[in-house]
Write a protein that binds this ligand. Sequence first.
Ligand SMILES: [Ca+2]
Ligand SMILES: [Ca+2]
Length: 187
Amino acid sequence: MSINRGTHSRTARSGFTLVELVMFIVIVSIAVIGVLMVMNMTTKNSADPQLRKQALSIAEALLEEVSLARFTFCDPADPNAETADNATECATTPEGVGPEAGNTRPFDNVNDYVSAYGVAQAIVISDVNGAAIPNLNVYASTITITPQAFNGISATDSLLITINVNYGADTVRLDGYRTRYAPNLMP
Ligand SMILES: [Ca+2]
Ligand SMILES: [Ca+2]
């Protein structure tokens, strides 16, 4: 009678070697470090979009304020302002580049917002009463207005408005056109 001493294969019984275990730990550690670095970078840079968004809001507000100003031939103080078809028909005060006497912000004409066409000029962010908002003074804004033909409308009746809002090393720029529609519309 023979006794079968059944033998188990050596391979089936063996687990991880120490070297394999160390390599596993090293690989997992590298992967975890990579994920943590991405998370750290994301957290660190999450403040930048906020600044950009705020700068964009300021640029939009300024562009809207200037675009909504009138584009008349005469200053509203002129008695012919509601009927003039060109600047020569104004009785006393044709609208020239720069604010006319007594004009205050928000101005009565697009061209009142700059002292010369094509030249960047600082513009403060103000509240509804025209007063500067102190906490937003880290954003430096400029406005440039340039007569420019637009889609068949001549340059005398079309103005390109450019708003730049700078914060640190970055700048948000918005462009908009204001054409001379309803040139006799008064407040
Ligand atoms: Ca004016
Ligand atoms: Ca003016």
